[in-house]
Design a protein around this ligand. Sequence first.
Ligand code: IMO
Ligand code: MG
Length: 423
Amino acid sequence: MNIILVGTQWGDEGKGKIIDILSAQVDYIVRYQGGNNAGHTVVVGDREYIFHLMPSGILHKKKICCIGNGVVIDPLVLLSEIKAIKKAGIDIKGRLKISTLAHVILPYHRILDCLRESKRKNKIGTTGRGIGPCYADKIIRCGIRMVDLLNPEVLSEKLKDNLKEKNEIFKKVYRHSGYDFNPIYKEYLNYGKLFSPYVSNTAHLLNQAIIDKKDILFEGAQGTFLDIDFGTYPFVTSSSTTSGGACIGAGVSPVKIDKVIGVAKAYTTRVGEGPFPTEFSAGFGKFMRERGHEFGATTGRPRRCGWFDGVAVKEAVMLNGISELAIMKIDILDGLKEVKVCTAYKYKGKLFKEFPHDLEVLTNLKPVYKTLAGWPKMRFKPRCLRDLHPNARSYLKRLSDMVKAKIALVSFGSDRKDTISLD
Ligand code: IMO
Ligand code: MG
């Protein structure tokens, strides 16, 4: 079975935990888009791992983990993750595969990300990791790929070309001194050497795995509403975070995909700028943020919090072809007198049942809520759906009915064990 797993909100849905659980059932785990703007947290016993580039399945011995062509790689970050994994006693020999075609983040991408953001009137709230500028270079066809790091002549020529243009921009637009060729060239050639044992044609590897009837999990980063096409543009990331991105970013045909699983928090969070229809008021937002420990795994920034947005998640179910949902952090809603679910939006007297695209509408609309009775704090860890309070069950049923997807998993804590399966 080949499964794509995607976030249905604005990222940070808890994808890391579900990927870790599903990894036990597959042979290959593939990251296919994004870069180290992602922060996937996996808790095993009393250890917490945060992965930015490394597929979250790496903790499972014997599984092959791929970083696909659609990912943008900051070599320094990947090296430090490889080191940390080895230090934790996890053997990755022969298990980590990096696509020859993955594009590489260079120092000028990181700086450009921050300089551009500083000039913008409406800030995006980028993580500043150079993701946008690296994808921009890929699309305008001057990017540097993993395979280029293995060829000194090609790297030299491409880097020279890039620096010629970029240094002009740095100096004239941003009053920045720009970059010298030699230090970057040496540094990146060295990365090429260090990564060469891992670099390969991952599309071939994955397609052979499919022929051999192996199972693959495609690990999405970010979330549907950060998608470059379908997200709240321009407050989005620079890749296709929806399920279609998995095929492009891994080199696997859509006809080989069996199922798409979506991950949603029982409420909503967003880090960075941009419209957020169901955002809580400041006071309640702070209360819920502390309750849910909603601080970014990548930048440590406080996350904005809000009610579950049924309009948005329903849109995500459609865009991704989600048949099953994992609902995360239901325990964070425990003890509230009442809980709300957004069922529609209202703007200038007009009712919207579908996610609007006009930024003005999205920014100024008012959510229409259905209020449901809350439930007390759980006194013991539930092992099945029946162990949940009836009001919590009604809440889940309401979500499922609204977004038109079956809830397959409910999670109420960070540990692997704090999960119930509804199958
Ligand atoms: P995971 O995989 C939450 C957000 C940033 C910013 C916007 C653009 O952990 O769910 P970028 O650095 O990509 O140019 O930033 O996207 N963002 C995320 N928010 N979780 C993520 O990843 C994110 N990756 C990017 O905060 O608003
Ligand atoms: Mg994150």
